[in-house]
Design a protein around this ligand. Structure first.
Ligand code: SAM
Length: 283
């Protein structure tokens, strides 16, 4: 492990502060600072950005973000055991790191950040998808963030970048690709983490588009997609029936085969359907 800063190696930090990993908090730590700096670089130039990090743990990725020159890092960590270790990182980078103890699902971090904002995190698996969906579905667009650089289980990463017709294609792909460019930028084997999780991981980079790819009402699109994929084996005329008793003729009018299944419908078709449901609520 090379020294990217003057702080002790992460194994020592973990030992000093008694940070044995807790499964309930999704704790799989990255201890290689070269690797965390590489993840930080996937977010691009950080020198003129505020970075929001969720779940800094013992601070491996935080140190990567700071050594890569982030203007400021705001880190939200739920495990109080980690806070003294993070204070040591803050002391080594005066004025650059602010640590907040608490649950990222409860804290309005956006209000504490100055634009432009990038979010970079090795997310706790138990709250990762929920946070992503929240960041992708604010009331107004563009959102408070410019890009998201996030570690997920490989299988979740594949669902975010999935194409129509694939098994992984579903709600996450549509929500992500509707308003962002999403790609997998790094793969990590279980051994990259301490303790190693059961599955491989991947870093996904999402860049917010200035406007959604196709016009649609976010709430209607979200509801339609959730309903279509909630019963993904059913034909659309059945899975979407609760939306409209005449769904079959509506779909035909829009050029969508009522006998297709949700996974065959691309983003544009879902947006066309969402627009039509708004414009002609009764079919
Ligand atoms: N960033 C560190 C790293 O890469 O080594 C730790 C990553 S670990 C996968 C996830 C971290 O998120 C843990 O430190 C855990 O305590 C924290 N965490 C779990 N649930 C959280 C929540 N709801 N809000 C904030 N942090 C949370």
């Amino acid at each position: 492990m090379s020294a990217i800063d003057t702080l002790p190696p992460l194994r020592e930090v973990i030992k000093t502060h008694g940070l044995s990993a807790r499964k309930a908090l999704g704790q799989n730590f990255l201890l290689d600072l070269n690797l965390t700096a590489k993840i930080a670089r996937q977010a691009g130039d950080l020198s003129d950005c505020d970075v929001l990090e969720i779940g800094p743990g013992p601070g491996g990725l935080t140190r990567g973000l700071l050594s890569e020159g982030a203007r400021r890092v705001l880190a939200v960590e739920r495990d109080p055991r980690c806070l003294p270790a993070l204070e040591e990182v803050a002391a080594a980078y005066p004025g650059k790191l602010e640590v907040i103890g608490g649950d990222a699902l409860e804290i309005d971090a956006a209000a504490m950040l100055r634009a432009p904002v990038k979010i970079v995190a090795n997310l706790p698996y138990n709250v990762g998808t929920e946070l992503l969906v929240r960041w992708l579905t604010p009331k107004t667009w563009p959102p408070f963030w410019q890009s998201l650089t996030l570690m997920f289980q490989r299988e979740v990463a594949e669902r975010i970048v999935a194409e129509p017709g694939s098994k992984a294609y579903g709600r996450l792909a549509i929500l992500a690709q509707w308003r962002a460019d999403a790609r997998i930028v790094m793969d990590l084997p279980p051994q990259a983490f301490t303790p190693p999780p059961k599955v491989s991981s991947a870093v996904v980079h999402l860049k917010a588009l200035p406007a959604p790819r196709f016009e649609a009402d976010a709430a209607i699109l979200s509801k339609t997609v959730a309903m279509a994929f909630g019963q993904r084996r059913k034909m659309l005329r059945a899975s979407l029936k609760p939306l409209d008793p005449n769904i079959e003729s509506r779909l035909s009018r829009l050029g969508i085969a009522p006998t297709d299944r949700a996974e065959r419908l691309d983003l544009e078709a879902f947006c066309t359907l969402a627009r039509d449901l708004k414009e002609n609520p009764t079919g």
